[in-house]
Design a binder for this molecule. Structure first.
Ligand SMILES: Cc1ncc(COP(=O)(O)O)c(C=O)c1O
Ligand SMILES: N[C@H](C=O)CCC(=O)O
Length: 432
């Protein structure tokens, strides 16, 4: 594979940008080699500056559930740009998207738009603290909620990929109010709440974590958290930045039928533009400024182009619910193909799958939390990543990320991906 142009761009980028990238996981540090510089994308394909084409399973880290350049979204963006790029004032489109979100996610009675998932989670926890008058909150090991200070403790995604689950720069004072629990361990959470009785404002979690690879909730875990929060007056926050509008129109809360008090959203909600949102019970959301005392603002929040893209995306999903069955089928075919290969090659690596998300973990343990996720052979993953790349399949460059499907992936791509997986495993494990 020719990568001369990407290589020289990366050299130049490092002169002006820390590590040559604007988000750490993009640097390929965990998988070796230099990152590819992307020139364009269409449907299921990414094209790099050297002219290589890849079927991709990242989709911009989740947002592009319809693949690249979907006509409905492209048209909405182009139309919106004709009217201006930013007004810093209310628009009709903001009402339309808020209305649609409340229909698709019934636990969200009111919603505030922000510019990223990070802003959404920071704001939701501030709101929970302001509303309850309590300072502490519980997060789960290996869950990732963006790069707000109080979340960079035992964080998943790029933080663990870079070997920095606890980031320097987060003060001890901040860290003290973040209580940590092992994911999927209800008893540990109950004990933590008991030990901090009356002091916990919120429990925040990815209901289906995708930031230590894809991990499924154990039976009764989400329901148990709901009961605990009700009993103790704690705000339950589902961080659905990744799972929202991806696992179902109403996200993981619809799939598992557990209703949080607040939900954070991002990725798909912006149709590929930088958008986040948080919403929930009217009574809690009324606590946000200007109706309430909890301050939160944004110069570009509700940006008209981003709202147009997000609305077009959500409307398409809302009007075409069969998309979710289609994605689940595609996921089933790929995961089924991978599992067949693993069996034939006598390998017992662990796999998880839900709808349009899946993971291949290079460990024989069942991956249910941060500890088991960390048992993966990350060096082997790096070799596998490179082997897949050389066969035209672009994966997330880390063992601690989920793979994402889009509707642009059809049967011919599935076949290519399954074959590439078999050939890559044989290559990296020296199986002939
Ligand atoms: C579950 C979850 N929450 C929050 C975030 C932060 O979102 P953003 O990267 O848009 O700030 C991410 C992804 O980065 C995420 O996956
Ligand atoms: N896993 C992260 C978000 O979901 C990946 C995005 C990033 O850190 O650049």
């Amino acid at each position: 594979m020719k990568i001369d142009i990407s290589k020289s761009l990366f050299e130049k980028a490092q002169q002006f940008i820390p590590g040559g990238v604007n988000s750490p996981v993009r640097a390929f540090k965990a998988v070796g080699g230099d990152p590819l510089f992307i020139k364009k994308a269409d449907g299921p394909y990414l094209y790099d500056e050297d002219g290589n084409a890849f079927i991709e399973l990242i989709n911009s880290w989740g947002p592009l559930i319809l693949g690249h350049n979907h006509p409905a979204i492209k048209e909405a963006i182009l139309k919106a740009t004709e009217l201006g790029t930013s007004f810093g004032a209310p628009t009709a489109k903001e009402i339309e998207i808020a209305d649609l979100i409340t229909q698709m996610v019934p636990s969200v009675e009111k919603v505030r738009m922000v510019n990223s998932g990070t802003e959404a989670t920071m704001s939701a926890v501030r709101l929970a603290r302001g509303y309850t008058g309590k300072d502490k909150f519980i997060k789960f090991e290996g869950n990732y909620h963006g790069h707000g200070d109080s979340f960079l403790i035992a964080a998943g995604s790029g933080a663990i990929t870079m070997g920095m689950p606890n980031s320097p720069g987060v003060t001890q004072g901040t860290a003290r109010d973040t209580l940590l629990a092992p994911h999927n361990d209800l008893k540990a959470v109950e004990e933590l709440v008991e030990a901090n009785k009356g002091e916990v404002a919120a429990i925040i979690l990815e209901p289906v974590p995708g930031n230590m690879g894809l991990i499924l909730p154990k039976k009764g875990f989400l329901e148990g958290l709901r009961k605990l929060c009700d009993r103790e007056g704690i705000i339950l926050i589902f961080d659905e930045v990744m799972t929202g509008f991806r696992l179902a129109p109403g996200g993981a809360q619809e799939v598992f039928d557990v209703t949080p008090d607040l939900t954070t959203m991002g990725k798909i909600i912006g149709g590929g533009m930088p958008v986040g949102a948080y919403g929930g019970k009217k009574e809690i959301m009324e606590f946000v400024s200007p109706t309430g005392p909890v301050y939160q603002a944004g110069t570009l929040s509700g940006n008209p182009i981003a709202m147009a893209a997000g609305y077009a995306m959500l409307k398409h999903l809302h009007d075409n619910p069969s998309i979710y069955q289609e994605l689940d089928k595609t996921g089933g075919k790929i995961v089924g193909g991978f599992k067949d290969t693993l069996q034939r090659l006598g390998l017992n690596y662990s796999m998880t799958h839900l709808g349009s998300m899946f993971s291949l973990f290079f460990t024989d343990k069942e991956v249910v939390d941060f500890e088991t996720a960390k048992s993966c052979d990350t060096q082997l993953f790096g070799k596998y990543f490179q082997a897949m790349l050389s066969r035209g399949v672009y994966l997330a460059p880390s063992q601690f990320e989920s793979f994402f499907l889009s509707t642009a992936i059809k049967d011919e791509h599935v076949q290519h991906i399954v074959q590439a997986n078999e050939d890559s495993l044989k290559e990296v494990l020296d199986i002939y």
